[in-house]
Design a binder for this molecule. Sequence first.
Ligand code: UD1
Length: 419
Amino acid sequence: MNKLIIRGGIPLSGQVQVSGAKNAVLPILAGALLASGPVIIRNVPHLHDVTTTMELLGQMGVSLTMGEKMSIEVDPTTIKNTFAPYEVVKTMRASILVLGPLLARYGEAEVSLPGGCAIGARPVDMHLSGLAAMGAKINVEQGYIKARVDRLKGARIVMDQVTVTGTENLMMAASLASGTSVIENAAREPEVIDLANFINAMGGRIENAGTDTITIHGVEKLHGCDYTVLPDRIETGTYLVAAAITGGKVLVKYTDPKLLDAVLAKLVEAGALIDIGDDWIELDMEGKKPNSVNIRTAPYPGFPTDMQAQFCALNAIAEGTGSVTETVFENRFMHIQEISRLGANVNLEGNTAIIRGVKNLNGAQVMATDLRASASLILAGLVAKGETVVERIYHIDRGYDHIEEKLAGLGAQIQRVSY
Ligand code: UD1
């Protein structure tokens, strides 16, 4: 096992390069199953979730070749089975993203139900009802989703709730269905647009991704393509908060500022000076402490739930009191108890955390509980006095590419230790 040891108190400064988006590369890797030839994917981040997806595809017989400069060639034509076992799915819920493509391309799929996870129940009922509306026969037996169809048929699907991977699964399935599908109340996340662009690069006909009504004209076949994944807006936001929380000045490169409106607005409210270019964002805190901000998470373009924990850390040492309300997941405050171990003053009332900024946090031993919770503990550690030890950092490796190296490049004292 690995842990991170952080000595806090250093204002971060310098430049950091953002990797490809985790939440775009995972559906794109699954979407490669739709193709009738090899697909090249570029700007693939070095993440454990990517390795898990490659293992999952590899077990199906799909050929994967690592190329230069963070590219992967995926050749789905060597596929031998359409089975996603529990052992893999339980470690990464996004494995459910193979269901739509397998069913659309091969007419069958057997995918383990993901089950619960640390941040809530996270059912997949809308994935299943959408596929059923397209004509799939679906049975759930012994923890497995067993789906079959001759060919999916276009349908109009109204989602009960905005779901990111649900929208993606149905969009992928509909791209090879006969006729036209319309997904209403669709997720508008930039990663949904990236997946649609990828499918269109393979010859798909998806319109209006990025709005809440996506139209997908099914095609007979999708061909191989060469596609570059968009930058990770959550990784970008995390480094900006790292700069803000330490009173530093950091330029984040190879990102897309247009994807971070809600986050940048809150950083400005916190007192940061923000400068942006086409593909960079610079945050300067001028050595000051941030002001507390009130946050309410919501589907895109609202404030992302994946940045909620990081802003809890920011509020923990900010001037004043801030409230953070989580509306997307029912149990996404596991980081609160751990941040409190560092001296944060937090009252949890239902789905709202009231955080009174304290003068200092003090280093302690803490435990990561999920991906973004781990990020918030690292951020808190960067500003805490003395030494903070973050255990169970396998969570962070799922979604942050070389985080300690990137932070060390900004002057942080952070070290990975095996134990
Ligand atoms: C995706 C992101 C995750 C992010 C989340 C919300 C990926 C790989 N993961 O997760 O990082 O935190 O969006 O922005 O892109 N729900 C149902 N039934 C369903 C599907 C979802 O009730 O069939 C509920 C969930 O329990 C949750 C809400 O809808 O309360 C939103 O979840 P969803 O958007 O589906 O999250 P994911 O796609 O799993």
